[in-house]
Each structure stands twice: as C-alpha cells, then as structure tokens.
Design a protein around this ligand. Structure first.
Ligand code: GTR
Length: 332
C-alpha cells in the first residue's frame, strides 16, 4: 500500500472520530444513561404501580436523566416468587412485591405479616417507619437484596364462590388460594380450609373452573383482578395486614456509585407518601364499585373466633420471631 493511501485512511479515521465525538474530548461526553428494570405484578393504573412510576420519575429527575428505571407492569417479567429469584441473582434490578412471598427468602418477614398483629393501619405504619422497620429493610442484605421502601396494601379478607362466610365454620373444607408463603398456608389451614398456593395471575380462572373455591386479598386487588365476578361472597374479616416492599438487587446496587445509590434510596422513600395517598383513594373507589355491583359483602363484627383459631401460628414461631412480635405489640 502506498504512503499516500495510508495517509488518506488515517485522515478518514480522524474525520470520523471528530464527527462522532462532535469535537469533544472524552471527558466532555456525558456517560450513557443507566437503564434499570422494575418488575410489578399489577396493571399500570393500580395504585401500587403508580407508586413505582413515581419512584422511577424521581430517580430520573434527580439524576438529571442519567438513571432510567423502566417499570414492567402486569407481571410481564414473571410472577412474584420467580421475579424475586431473578432479583436475587441480578437479572432484574428492582421489584415491588408483597412481603408474603419475600418471607421465603428472609424468614424474619413472617413476623410482619402475622394475623391480627397490628391494632390498626396507623400502628403498622408506626412500625414500618420506626428503626425496627429500617432493621427489616437492612436484614435483606444476606439474601442478596437491598430493602428500599414500604407501600400500603390495606388488609386482606376472604372471598369465595360458594357461600357467605359468617364464622370460621363456614370456611371448613373450602379450597382457598394463598400466596406462595408457608405462613399463609398455615393461616388458612388453621381455619380448617384447604390451602392452595398459586401465582396471582392464575386465580381468576382457577375460581371460574372450580379448581379452588376462593382466595383472600384487599379491596383493590379483589376489584382490579375482577375476582369479584367469579367469587361474589366477600367477608371483611381483615385477618392480616401485609405491607408491600420495593427491593433492589444487591448486585445492581453494588455496581452503582455512592451518589447514584443515594438518589435511588431517597427517591424510593419519597415515593411512599404518594403511593399511600393514591392507595387510600382507590381502596374507597374499589369498595364502592363492588358494593354498587351487588356482590354479597359481609362485614365481620366479631373476629374473636378467627383470632382464636390462628393463635397456634404465634405459638409455633421461633423464639427470635416471638421476640420481634412482642416488640411490635409494644410499639404505640
Ligand atoms: C396483592 C399484592 C400483590 C400480590 C397479590 C397476591 O395484594 O399487591 O403483590 O402479592 O396480592 O395475592 O398474590
């Protein structure tokens, strides 16, 4: 190859490099945005998903567009238990889940979802926002997660397609779907029903085809999943209040700079108030819509027989979890 050709090729490379860099040196070029994925089981209008979008919005705004969190609603990345596993090994960066399936990865979380544990919603929020709540978030680290924030999820109650539940006896022998959680299996069995763990997305058709007789959830989920169409009897027994949590993969967080980690941690905390607001509105709307539709709703006035039937679950807890439960009860 002649010298002239080599010179021309070099000039061409130089011109391309200048064009590509737009005349800027390497340090002038802003870094590529970091794109992270968040898995959510609910649809995009659900209050919890709206909380996820708020979290993503705050992160993008506060990082000047450098960090983008893409929310995947409708269980597009999988059902909760499978998603948690993927977060554990870093294939998914974040997820918002119920603490029920998470307890399979960090058993202490069972202490936060015991039946009739909290005196009311304020009591639960006082715990979650206390140093004990922060200890729970931090306790996820050995399992490979960073606990970021808590979302509201109201209280869970039973619904079914067979008959109104007015007492524990009415639940006897009923096939009730539960989340993939050993505590929830124990809870339903303690009431004399048959517990069937199953992913959320399969519940509608399982009730419709008679594979199960019912399930349990809060007003918003009973409404948004349209389970009310196939399970018309809903008893408001509020057997458990299960907070929801946003977790990050520890592998993802470890890759980020201190500054970016701080943006994410703070944005997650700051999205909580927004989620609680939209949750409260949607909970009322869901209840009103279902009542107006004529479903048979029974508001349980006396839950003492439910409480008594579930007492063995407390006795079976490990001494460490019993200690946490005691601490929770003592917090005002
Ligand atoms: C909902 C919760 C979901 C999921 C679902 C279920 O209340 O928001 O994350 O856990 O219950 O029952 O599977």
């Amino acid at each position: 190859m002649g010298k002239a050709i080599i010179v021309r090729i070099c000039l061409l490379f130089f011109a391309v490099a200048v064009f590509w860099g737009n005349g800027k040196t390497e340090s002038d070029i802003s870094p590529l945005p970091v794109v992270l994925r968040l898995a959510e089981t609910h649809g995009s209008d659900y209050p919890t998903t709206r909380g996820d979008y708020e979290f993503a919005r705050l992160v993008e705004e506060r990082s000047g567009g450098r960090i983008r969190i893409i929310v995947y609603p409708d269980a597009r990345l999988g059902e909760e238990r499978a998603v948690i596993e993927q977060v554990q090994f870093g294939a998914i960066d974040f997820t918002r889940v119920s603490i029920s399936p998470l307890a399979a990865f960090s058993e202490n979380f069972n202490a936060l979802q015991m039946p009739y544990l909290y005196r009311n919603a304020d009591h639960m929020w006082n715990i979650l926002n206390s140093p004990l709540g922060d200890d729970f978030l931090d306790s996820l680290s050995p399992a490979g997660f960073v606990g970021l924030s808590w979302f509201d999820s109201g209280a869970r109650s039973f619904y079914n397609s067979l008959r109104p539940i007015r007492s524990v006896d009415d639940l006897k022998g009923m096939k009730i779907r539960v989340q993939e959680s050993s505590l929830m299996v124990g809870l339903v069995e303690a009431l004399g029903a048959v517990a069937t763990p199953m992913p959320f997305g399969l519940v509608y058709s399982a009730i419709q085809t008679g594979v199960i007789d019912g399930a349990e959830n809060n007003w918003p989920s009973y409404f948004s999943t349209e389970h009310y169409e196939v399970a018309r009897y809903f008893t408001i027994d509020e057997h458990t209040r299960v907070p929801e949590i946003t977790i990050a993969s520890k592998l993802t967080m470890d890759r980020l700079s201190d500054e970016d980690r701080k943006i994410i941690v703070e944005a997650a905390k700051d999205s909580m108030a927004f989620q609680r607001r939209v949750w409260a509105d949607y909970e009322k709307e869901a209840e009103a819509a279902i009542v107006a539709r004529g479903n048979e709703i029974h508001y349980l006035q006396d839950n003492s027989s439910f409480r008594a039937a579930m007492q063995p679950l407390y006795d079976e807890l490990s001494p460490e979890l019993q200690k946490i439960v005691k601490e929770i009860r003592e917090i005002q």
